[in-house]
Design a protein around this ligand. Structure first.
Ligand code: HEM
Length: 214
């Protein structure tokens, strides 16, 4: 299972970084070609980000930082050898995560591609994301390292769920079963549920019987 988790995390991290780069450079499919999340997304949704350029860029750039920083923070070798780096990067991670989650929440409220259902899904996801981040911070401040690790894993899995949304949307889009706008929020919800469930299984499997400092 460890290998499966590692491959999934690596894959979703690459998807997340690619999503950031593609968005920053406004890569759009050639005219007449239908690509996920759908032609309406490229024609109508993408220009709507320009109504909130600061929110857009803050969210997307911090999203990229979030993934890269998390990959470093979860390396046992970095924690063992460079605990100072882990602490400094950890503080930056918490601050940038709070701004990234809040800006994601705002984007979801202001310009949801999937309309009101997306608003509800994003409010729940952003709430859980911010709660996990703050819980992880609280536990490390109280030297409860095992709990800190578990809440950071939940937080990271919710971040990666956003990349999972792109993957699921890309897989289901060609079937054209439901409108693109609905597929967008349904796959976001699904991705968050799958990522969080896998994380809970992994946490329970790797949780020490005796939890020192927890
Ligand atoms: C891993 C960290 C994250 C990355 C890399 C990331 C990246 C992005 C990118 C690139 C977009 C622009 C849409 C696109 O081009 O695909 C976007 C939009 C958005 N993000 Fe994030 N994001 C992350 C985390 C989050 C989190 C935790 C939330 C939860 C609140 C969130 C909520 C949103 C929303 C609501 C939008 C607007 C979607 C729409 O068009 O309706 N993101 N994000």
């Amino acid at each position: 299972m460890k290998k499966f988790i590692e491959i999934s995390v690596a894959f979703l991290s690459v998807v997340g970084i690619v999503a950031v780069v593609v968005h920053l450079f406004q890569v759009a499919p050639p005219q007449g070609m239908a690509l996920p999340p759908g032609s309406e997304w490229f024609a109508e949704q993408l220009p709507r980000y320009k109504e909130h350029p600061i929110l857009e860029h803050v969210h997307i750039l911090l999203g990229g930082f979030f993934i890269l920083a998390a990959l470093i923070q979860f390396q046992p070798a970095v924690r063992a050898r460079y605990i100072g780096v882990h602490r400094i990067l950890g503080r930056l991670f918490v601050i940038s995560g709070l701004v990234m989650g809040a800006s994601g929440f705002m984007l979801g409220m202001l310009i949801p591609f999937g309309g009101s259902p997306e608003r509800i899904v994003v409010a729940a996801g952003a709430g859980l994301f911010l709660y996990s981040l703050l819980r992880a911070f609280y536990h490390v401040r109280h030297k409860q390292i095992q709990r800190h690790r578990e809440w950071m894993m939940r937080c990271f899995s919710l971040g990666l769920g956003v990349a999972g949304n792109r993957v699921l949307d890309g897989l289901l889009y060609p079937l054209q079963l439901i409108p693109d706008r609905d597929l967008f929020w349904i796959t976001l919800l699904l991705a968050w549920v799958i990522c969080l469930s896998a994380t809970e299984v992994w946490i329970r499997k790797t949780r020490p019987q005796f939890r020192p400092g927890s």
